[in-house]
Write a protein that binds this ligand. Structure first.
Ligand code: ZN
Ligand code: ZN
Length: 357
């Protein structure tokens, strides 16, 4: 049984060139409870190695985080293998925009303590020294307290469609950014204020709460199990629900409705709407909020430019993509300049009105 790479990066690169096969680069991650990491790790390695998968994969007791490439013609087999693993069934696979046959030259599956690349040096503080976990009931009481500062530890595109009432929702793209913002904002109140945090499933708060304690915050609390568990407890115990809108989730559902309130707007027409979509143009794939009316008009694209590209035959789309390099929009997640409301849409509406008149 081969459990480790035999080829050097150089040998692998030559092999990829010689095979002439197109490779797909993709990524996925999933939070799940994994028991025996070594067995799971070896199982993945043996199976994926035979499929010529290359990449960097982290597994931990909290889940899996994978970035990898594989020959395009192995994709179905790979997907079938993922589907055979209970917690990876139908996991969302993010296919890279810029394909590079040599994005990875080795298969590295590493057992780690954490799967989240949070930009923090764990050695600098004790992650086990975390904040006080609170139940939904305790959380509801705590956030009514005048000395409480309630902080949403998620990114801007998550809190945009749903959050707790009166929560601070840092306008950040990464977890790391929000830590500094919060610390700066509360710098002279570290001892008097109660810092109460929440995130989707609680994992991000685990690390954040330890970080803030390390930074000198005296009263640090976190919502146990995050929004997901809060919602379950609220229903089970018939508590008041203080979360408004949708809970953004990292799978194909994209969001779970927690309350009927719609707290965000379509990024194109501005009407109240709270469901994200990805631009249908594969080279763009921008994550943004698009109402159903705009989805029809814009053919599920974020801009008229993307509509044009998306209408082209697939081969032509690929040819265009080739020369262009990576679209940065994919990382903007609703921030792309052209979304600052509906410019494209207006142009299209005007055009079609003129055509009809
Ligand atoms: Zn709209
Ligand atoms: Zn687009």
């Amino acid at each position: 049984m081969q459990l480790y790479n035999k080829l050097s990066a150089k040998e692998r690169a030559e092999l990829i060139d010689k095979s002439g096969k197109k490779r797909l680069t993709l990524s996925f991650y999933k939070y799940a409870k994994i028991g025996n990491l070594q067995i799971f790790r070896d199982h993945l390695f043996i199976t994926w190695n035979t499929m010529e998968v290359l990449g960097r994969i982290y597994i931990a007791h909290e889940g899996i985080n994978a970035q990898l490439s594989l020959p395009a013609d192995r994709f179905e087999a790979f997907k079938a293998h993922l589907d055979s693993i209970t917690f990876l069934k139908e996991v969302r696979l993010n296919i890279a925009v810029e394909q590079d046959n040599k994005s990875f030259l080795k298969l590295k599956i590493k057992v780690r303590d954490k799967i989240v690349a949070d930009g923090l040096n764990d050695n600098s503080f004790d992650v086990r020294n975390k904040g006080i976990h609170v139940s939904a009931k305790q959380f509801n009481d705590l956030i009514e307290d005048e000395t409480t500062v309630l902080v949403d530890m998620r990114n801007h595109y998550e809190s945009e469609i749903g959050h707790f009432k009166n929560a601070i929702t840092p306008d950040v793209d990464t977890f790391r950014e929000s830590l500094d913002i919060i610390e700066n904002d509360l710098n002279d109140q570290k001892e008097d204020k109660k810092l109460v945090m929440y995130c989707t499933g609680g994992i991000r708060c685990e690390k954040a709460s330890a970080y803030f304690k390390h930074k000198g915050f005296k009263n640090v609390y976190q919502l146990e199990g995050g929004i997901i568990e809060y919602t379950r407890q609220v229903k089970e115990q018939d508590l008041e629900n203080k979360f408004v809108g949708q809970n953004f989730v990292f799978d194909d559902r994209r969001a779970e409705r927690i309350s009927e309130d719609i707290v965000s707007n379509c990024h194109q027409c501005g009407n109240p709407f709270d469901l994200h979509t990805n631009c249908a143009n594969e080279a763009c794939h921008l994550l943004f909020i698009q109402c159903n009316a705009c989805k029809d008009i814009m053919e599920n694209c974020c801009s008229s430019r993307c509509m044009e590209i998306n209408r082209l035959p697939y081969e032509e789309q690929k040819a265009i993509r080739k020369g262009q390099g990576n679209s940065n929009d994919i990382f903007k997640k609703g921030r792309a300049d052209h979304l600052s409301y509906k410019k494209d849409l207006r142009n299209i509406l005007n055009r079609s009105e003129n055509e009809h008149s």
